[in-house]
Design a protein. Structure first.
Length: 252
């Protein structure tokens, strides 16, 4: 087995490893943002056919590590119902042979994120079991096509008004399950993860260090500041999606 895929040289690999560590630090400290930033960097270095599966496996390692470190704060009931929907979304994704235009998905995801973060607070039913199942199914389905759905899941978790540690822990657990299902789908359709295994392992290891440092920073962030930063970071990521979609469709 080669240490690196043929399309990646040593300098590119080092940049990807450092970026994985830095983006894990961002997500652990600020609750969101690292996955999208990592995807943006990887998109300039990793072949398109490998981008989403490789990014997903790296994110699985990063989120699973963060979920493990914060597990005592996790809302396991929410995670359970999110998983039910996520399994259904992954099964549906494995059957879809025609991909929607990326700009359509970007417009839809961005609009939904902005509604989740800034729209009127939902009633108890909307945040209950059915809402959690729908969120799991929708975000997992979309994740197969656009990769980084962290802001969408984060917008959903944010609606529950949990404290900063519960928000971080529950978000990490939901994303871990989503990325795990994504990896199963890509394995079934035949993606060769073995060719990327060494690089992925190194990126995950860097992510462990970044997560540890980021959680130390999280301890120092006041709860109100965390909530405000979390909301605005998710909003900026949604606006970035809108801009990309507008560019792709020729609106700007």
């Amino acid at each position: 087995m080669e240490l690196l895929p043929a399309s990646i040289d040593l300098l590119d690999a080092l940049l990807l490893i450092l970026t994985a560590g830095f983006t894990s630090l961002i997500t652990a400290a600020m609750g969101i943002g690292g996955g999208v930033l990592l995807l943006a960097v990887m998109a300039t270095l990793v072949p398109a056919a490998a981008l989403i599966p490789v990014h997903g496996l790296v994110q699985l390692g990063s989120n699973a590590n963060r979920a493990l470190m914060t597990r005592r704060h996790t809302d396991w009931t929410m995670v359970k119902w999110f998983l039910v929907g996520a399994v259904a979304g992954a099964l549906l994704a494995s059957l879809i042979v025609v991909q929607l235009p990326l700009s359509w998905i970007q417009f839809s995801v961005a609009g939904f994120i902005l509604y989740l973060v800034w729209g009127p607070k939902p009633g108890k039913h909307a945040l209950g079991r059915n809402g959690q199942v729908i969120a799991g199914g929708l975000t997992t389905l979309v994740s197969m096509f656009v990769g980084a759905t962290g802001p969408l899941v984060a917008g959903f978790v944010h609606r529950h008004g949990m404290d900063k540690f519960a928000t971080t822990a529950t978000f990490a657990s939901c994303m871990s399950l989503q990325h795990l299902l994504k990896m199963l789908v890509f394995s079934v359709v035949g993606f060769a993860f073995l060719d990327w295994l060494v690089l992925i392992a190194a990126m995950i290891a860097a992510g462990v260090v970044g997560t540890w440092l980021g959680l130390k920073l999280l301890n120092q962030i006041p709860a109100q500041l965390f909530s405000t930063l979390f909301r605005w970071i998710v909003t900026l990521l949604a606006l970035r999606l809108l801009w990309q979609a507008a560019q792709a469709t020729g609106f700007v």
